[in-house]
Write a protein that binds this ligand. Structure first.
Ligand code: HEM
Length: 509
């Protein structure tokens, strides 16, 4: 039955390159034992199939790995091919049908309603929150880095971005950087881990089977903690809006002048009606999920690259002196100053090319599509390989060389480099994310010299020490010389280093 139910898709998709699979399981057994092996396997197939799109099967799920910019252009520009792949279902119990996962007219209406929440004026308010938290972060880093200590920067960055996102989303501070063990901080961490872990687990991925898993009760508890926390704040804020306490300068927790994302939602309407409490819950939770796991990855890899590439770090520091003035290095950078940091902008672009925070985007074909003259049957999962794009040497010459300047010399085409996606479903938080990453990186370089875990790990030739983009033979060579502080990468919804990103910091003054 399983074979018959996939007969048409098998026939139509057979024109694509791809590994030969077994009946029923397809290529599942070739994918690798863990998340990092899966990523390696994707790159191995990409090389094997001449860097073209290719097809693989996980059981009855047909998957196309899309790497050709022309295909990306069609998919990302389409107004109808906007349904997400089933991997996003893992976020449903927490996020419901928020902007990330909804489709059709619901998505269109919500996108239109939420767009003003990222307006320039609101971003300026958010920037204040980013600055406040970056200052706290510097203090935390001073402590953990004291005595030339080697520490996991990725772990530290997680708490910083959590503080920024809770404050900007709901106008409350959970002080994650100081209260790491609080139940809500732990719940955020556990939930993000759970979603990534289940994505490639053969049994736990299934909603019904997962109910039988030993960790299911703990998952339910985490989910409830997050739901109660968010709903409680929404309730209080709704009441504060009704009583006029918001922005009233009464000195309580709701009277600050800064607008939170939730405030924008509370003053918005859909079809002339205010949002329901479910809408408020789903969009606020989506903002918090999308806005913190992604930026953790963005900040963490950007700083990790600083530690391995001192020449680029030197140029960044020079720029900080130019923009902020030699005496202004300790104050907060303004919104305008951040936008004047051109080298920082190139640097972040290059960091996102090599380590894109969102490595893959998933779409699902609800009907047949013809892309570039090729029929793609209904029921196919399209995995858009954003992480693969950065290693395409036709677009990025010498792709493993870390060279921010490349973005100044030759701009990639609009669908050749899309870390924030493109088209109607692109990242609505792109400006927010770049502002946060730049604010944090600018603050860190002005306060510290970022050093690798061990001096010998500095890149001597400007090349990045990564397995991404490598052929199996190149990877094998790299693995043989792997240092315990070299990152082991995994990619589900966001890109992470499984073994952390270890660095040291030296105070500049
Ligand atoms: C480095 C940081 C970030 C990167 C690389 C990134 C990248 C992306 C990408 C590639 C998508 C498309 C996903 C898809 O089509 O499935 C997306 C969507 C989205 N992002 Fe981001 N993102 C980042 C940060 C943020 C932040 C800070 C927020 C909110 C504050 C945010 C909110 C969203 C939302 C709500 C969507 C769904 C948009 C829609 O479907 O209409 N993102 N992001």
């Amino acid at each position: 039955y399983l074979e018959l139910s996939t007969f048409r898709r098998r026939r139509v998709l057979s024109k694509f390159n791809g590994p030969t699979g077994l009946p029923i399981v397809g290529n599942a057994h070739q994918m690798g034992k863990n998340l990092s092996e899966i990523l390696d396997q994707i790159f191995s197939w990409w090389h094997e199939y001449n860097k073209d799109n290719f097809c693989f099967w996980i059981g009855t799920y047909s998957n196309l790995l899309i790497t050709k910019p022309k295909y990306l252009e069609y998919i990302l520009s389409s107004q109808t091919l906007i349904s997400k792949s089933d991997i996003y279902n893992l976020t449903h119990p927490w996020l419901g049908l928020g902007l990330l996962t909804s489709t059709g007219s619901r998505w269109h209406k919500h996108r239109k309603m939420i767009t003003p929440a990222f307006h320039f004026n609101i971003l300026q308010d958010f920037h204040e929150v980013m600055n406040e938290n970056s200052n706290k972060f510097v203090k935390v880093l001073r402590k953990v880095a004291a005595g030339d200590n080697i520490f996991d920067f990725q772990d530290q960055a997680h708490y910083l971005t959590l503080d920024v996102i809770c404050d900007t989303a709901m106008g409350v501070s959970i002080n994650a950087m100081e209260n790491r063990d609080s139940s809500i901080v732990q719940a955020f961490k556990d939930m993000c881990y759970n979603i990534n872990m289940r994505a490639f687990h053969p049994l736990k991925r299934n909603e019904l089977l997962y109910r039988l898993a030993p960790d299911y009760p703990a998952y339910c508890k985490t989910l409830k903690t997050l739901q109660d926390f968010t709903n409680d704040i929404i309730e209080k804020r709704v009441a504060a809006h009704k009583s006029g306490a918001v922005n009233s300068n009464q000195g309580d927790e709701f009277s600050r002048k800064k607008m939170a994302f939730l405030d924008t939602l509370l003053s918005s309407t859909i079809d002339g009606r205010p949002l329901t409490s479910q809408d408020l819950y789903e969009e606020t939770s989506t903002f918090m999920f999308e806005g913190h796991d992604t930026t953790t990855s963005g900040v963490a890899f950007a700083v990790y690259l600083l530690s391995r590439h001192p020449e680029e770090q030197r140029k960044l520091f020079e720029e900080q002196r130019e923009v902020m003035g030699a005496t202004g290095l300790e104050r907060d950078a303004t919104f305008q100053e951040i936008s004047q940091m051109k080298y920082l902008d190139l640097y972040i672009k290059e960091a996102q090319r090599l380590y894109p925070s969102v490595p893959f985007i998933g779409r699902f074909t609800e009907k047949d599509y013809v892309i570039e003259g090729t029929l793609i049957p209904k029921g196919t999962t399209l995995n858009l390989g954003l992480v693969v794009l950065g290693y395409n040497e036709e677009v990025f010459k010498d792709p493993h060389k870390f060279r921010p300047e490349r973005f100044e010399e030759q701009k990639p085409g609009p669908f050749e480099y899309v870390p924030f996606s493109a088209g109607p479903r692109n990242c609505i938080g792109q400006k927010f994310a770049l502002l946060e990453i730049k604010t944090v990186v600018s603050k860190i370089i002005r306060n510290f010299e970022v050093l690798p875990a061990l001096d010998e790990l500095v890149s001597k030739d400007g090349y990045v020490n990564t397995t991404l983009g490598k052929t199996p033979a190149e990877r094998k060579k790299l693995d043989a010389n792997r240092h315990k502080y070299d990152p082991i990468l995994s990619a589900v919804l966001t890109l992470k280093s499984e073994n952390g990103l270890f660095i040291r910091l030296k105070e500049r003054h």
